[in-house]
Design a protein around this ligand. Structure first.
Ligand SMILES: Nc1nc2c(ncn2[C@@H]2O[C@H](COP(=O)(O)OP(=O)(O)O)[C@@H](O)[C@H]2O)c(=O)[nH]1
Ligand SMILES: [Mg+2]
Length: 297
């Protein structure tokens, strides 16, 4: 854990300064990486690299190489966070909404986008809210109760001049039409030039459902799977044994049936109390949008 100690020393002075500044602090514990770096090693690993935190629950001999395919250093993660901190020169904000593709913002120039898709209620908006927690003035609508999650529009958020993040309406039994009208139409059009990555969210308790398989088939049909990233949500709700089983099954499926899909799963937990996996995902988004070459990994 030399890297950890080095990082702590590097950011120590910075942290003191930042504690005094309230401009981008979030009320959620450990939302900012300088807070995370104050944690003891075991807690830090579990929170920043949730997959690696699960390794102790695996039977010996299980190959965990794909747990570390994207393995940035703590320094990289810390630096990448800058993209998610607003300032007068770097504005992060809600941009517009659309219910049909012809209402979606038109691109005047090649513009980088990433989108978040998944069943209604899987946690898309919550995840985006967590990614933007250092910019708390950005309004991201999240369902108040676990059964109401249903974004009926495509919502576009601008991250300065760097990229646009799109919260897609949920698909599944409550919204079959949204899928055809928006998710499918969006992916078909934007894949051609601006869409850098599609984050497909899967609920860690239930794993892939029928609607997810339909979405995956569509992604294959459009030739998108090479740019798909699987994210496993609500990991706080699942006993560790079941979580490990689901993680291995989903990664196995991705490897065998979604050729070209990035092999590492990103488990996340978002609650108003604490995050897991969010800092790593911020770094991944910064990286895949072409805004952040990894230096120290
Ligand atoms: N326990 C827990 N609940 C979550 C998590 N992420 C989302 N939720 C809850 O799941 C519900 C649906 O979330 P939402 O983000 O609106 O889902 P969406 O329909 O996919 O956008 C809300 O009540 C969230 O509070 C998580 O990581 N853990
Ligand atoms: Mg939503």
């Amino acid at each position: 854990m030399h890297q950890l100690q080095r990082m702590r020393r590097l950011v120590g002075a910075n942290c003191l300064l930042r504690r005094c500044s309230a401009t981008w602090r979030s009320s959620t514990k450990n939302a900012s990486f300088s807070e995370v770096l104050q944690l003891e090693d075991k807690k830090l690993t579990g929170l920043v690299f949730p997959l690696q935190g699960l390794e102790k629950y695996l039977t010996p001999g299980v190959n965990t190489a794909s747990f570390r395919t994207f393995n940035p250093s703590l320094d990289d993660i810390h630096r990448a966070e800058a993209l998610f901190k607003p300032s007068s020169k770097h504005v992060i904000d809600y941009f517009s909404s659309a219910v049909r593709m012809d209402h979606a913002p038109q691109l005047s120039q090649p513009e980088v986008q990433v989108c978040f898709v998944g069943r209604s209620n899987v946690g898309k908006s919550s995840l985006i809210k967590a990614l933007f927690s250092l910019a708390p003035e950005v309004e991201v609508r999240v369902s108040k109760t676990p059964v109401q999650g249903h974004t009926k529009k495509m919502n576009f958020f601008k991250v300065g001049k760097y990229f646009t993040l799109v919260d897609m309406p949920g698909y599944g039994y409550r919204a079959p039409q949204d899928f055809a009208d928006m998710v499918e139409a969006y992916l078909q059009e934007r894949r051609k030039y601006s869409l850098k990555r599609t984050f497909l969210l899967v609920d860690s308790l239930v794993g892939f459902q029928k609607a997810d398989h339909i979405a995956i088939e569509m992604l294959k049909e459009f030739g998108i799977p090479y740019a798909v990233q699987l994210v496993l949500t609500k990991i706080d709700k699942v006993p560790k044994g079941l979580l490990v089983k689901n993680v291995l099954e989903i990664q196995d499926f991705a490897e065998k049936r979604m050729h070209g899909c990035f092999p590492q799963l990103f488990p996340v937990r978002y609650s108003s109390i604490e995050y897991s996996g969010i800092h790593l995902l911020r770094c991944f988004v910064a990286h895949v949008t072409g805004n952040f070459p990894l230096m120290n990994s």
